[in-house]
Design a protein around this ligand. Structure first.
Ligand code: ADP
Ligand code: MG
Length: 245
């Protein structure tokens, strides 16, 4: 994959009859994510949401089937996974590095930063409301601020595919809405493909264009966000919500 293909607009992501297993119970995913759209991924705890994202990111390898990013089989051409960046629920910021340096890692693993890199970092810090906190260490930030650092880091990476694994789950509703709006705003500008795991149907409605609902290690229902929730949603989803999601 050329460098040109690792920045800029979204590319399609597809799991083609992928199966995977940590032990006994297999997970199987056969699902496509349209280029440049935001898809909310929902489902009960243990249904396979994180595993799906980890397969796309290349952190896990399918037992069978293919993961295609921009039409390229990541198994056959691992550099294709460079198109992807990810924010986790609990972030591994480097404790001894400042906010600015943690964000800078998204630009250069060796932190050899150009003028352009520094400008992009300053802009991402401003956007995420971290301007003025750039010299702080992670331990000098709130949990919500640490999640914003992680978000700023993927914003400066500017990859065609953005994976968000419940990154805002620990934030209160108002702050969560702010962060979701920020993701939606960046998406409107850049048009990257976003796979967004959330437990909150209102989050899926707020920024999702599509919904994929997982149950028991497989895709149980999909739809456009406009259609998915009509009448309370598909039956498996209603059971999940009824169980007090
Ligand atoms: P979700 O993100 O939807 O909560 P996961 O993808 O984390 O679900 O988990 C899917 C299944 O795989 C669950 O049964 C979970 O217990 C199992 N699992 C997840 N990670 C591991 C792991 N590192 N080792 C063994 N089993 C795992
Ligand atoms: Mg998970």
């Amino acid at each position: 994959m050329s460098d040109g293909a690792t920045t800029g607009k979204g590319v399609p992501v597809r799991l083609d009859k992928v199966s995977f297993s940590y032990g006994e119970a297999p997970l199987t995913f056969d699902v496509a994510f349209a280029a440049g759209e935001i898809t909310a991924i929902m489902g009960p705890s243990g249904s396979g949401k994180s595993t799906l994202l980890n397969l796309v990111a290349g952190f896990e390898t399918p037992r069978s089937g293919r993961v295609l990013i921009g039409g390229i089989d990541v198994g056959a051409d691992p550099p294709a996974a460079r198109a992807v960046s990810m924010v986790f629920q609990e972030n591994n910021l480097f404790a001894h590095l400042s906010v600015e340096q943690n964000v800078g890692l998204g630009r250069s693993p060796s932190l050899r930063l150009t003028e352009g890199d520094r400008a992009a970092i300053a802009e991402a810090l401003e956007r995420t409301g971290l301007g003025g906190k750039d010299k702080r260490l992670p331990r000098e930030l709130s949990g919500g601020e640490r999640q914003r650092v992680a978000l700023a880091r993927v914003l400066v990476r500017d990859r065609p595919v953005l994976l968000l694994d419940e990154p805002f789950a620990s934030l209160g509703p108002a702050l969560r809405d702010d962060m979701l709006d920020l993701v939606a705003g960046v998406h409107a500008e850049r048009g990257m493909t976003v796979l967004f795991v959330t437990h909150q149907p209102q989050d899926a409605r707020r920024i999702g264009q599509n919904v994929v609902f997982l149950d028991d290690g497989a895709v149980a229902a999909t739809g456009s966000a406009d259609d998915f929730f009509v009448g309370g949603g598909p039956e498996a989803f209603r059971r999940y919500i009824g169980a007090g999601a």
